[in-house]
Design a protein. Structure first.
Length: 233
């Protein structure tokens, strides 16, 4: 049964990193990619990078440009799509404090294109004093638009007592090509200065879930990957 879930249309930014490796006649390599800096950059300011799947179909966080982590929850797999979430700076947020930046990387580990990918980014429950359903404090989300190098609004989706948060996708459905193509989003979340409860020190999470866009059900486990964060007054 679905329960009411609070979602705020707030702010996030797109940064697609495409890395496709294709063999052509004469064994010519064509590389397509984008900067791994996680910051706005001017067009043509860096050499594109590309990632391709290893023979085993896995790419480690370090080899894909993602910071290595001992937390296994940061990387998960959903029907051939490997998803990793990682912090770009610290992992502590405060009401009215600076935004926390993080990245999400999707890797196609199969030999086929993966079409119509649904991607939900949600704020997990928080032990920071929120009453009843222990929701994350109110805030905003932004996503980096690579085309304009600006941060634009994205859904700020808070998990409550049910699964209706799964209806709020980050972006419209998209495809991830075969051959180890990598797609990356750079995002930032920020807590509002004014809250409707007294925020105390606690723990929360930013969760990423792959969904079936036709049924709005998770593919595999929910969340697919999770980044633990700290909340302070």
């Amino acid at each position: 049964m679905l329960h009411r879930n609070a979602t705020e249309g707030t702010f996030m930014v797109i940064n697609y990193r495409f890395a496709a490796l294709a063999a052509s006649v004469g064994a010519i390599l064509v590389l397509v990619g984008c900067s791994t800096s996680g910051r706005p950059t001017s067009s043509g300011s860096s050499i594109p990078q590309t990632q391709s799947a290893s023979p085993s179909g896995q790419v480690s966080p370090s080899s894909s440009g993602v910071p290595a982590s001992s937390d296994p929850r940061r990387t998960g797999k959903a029907d051939g799509l490997q998803i990793t979430i990682y912090p770009q700076e610290g992992t502590t947020v405060r009401p009215g404090g600076p935004p926390m930046r993080f990245g999400i990387t999707l890797l196609n580990t199969t030999a086929n294109d993966i079409a119509q990918v649904g991607l939900v980014v949600s704020l997990g429950h928080c032990s920071c004093g929120s009453p009843e359903q222990h929701m994350m404090p109110r805030g905003s989300m932004r996503m980096l638009d690579q085309n304009t190098n600006t941060w634009v609004a994205a859904p700020y989706v808070r998990e409550a007592g049910g699964m209706d948060f799964i209806l709020q996708t980050l972006v419209p459905p998209f495809d991830v090509k075969h051959g180890g193509q990598v797609v990356t989003y750079d995002l930032e979340m920020q807590l509002d200065a004014k809250q409707d409860f007294t925020v105390s020190k606690g723990e929360g999470a930013i969760n990423v879930t792959r969904t079936d866009v036709a049924t709005h059900n998770p593919i595999g486990t929910s969340p697919t990957a999770s980044l633990r964060i700290s909340v302070e007054p």
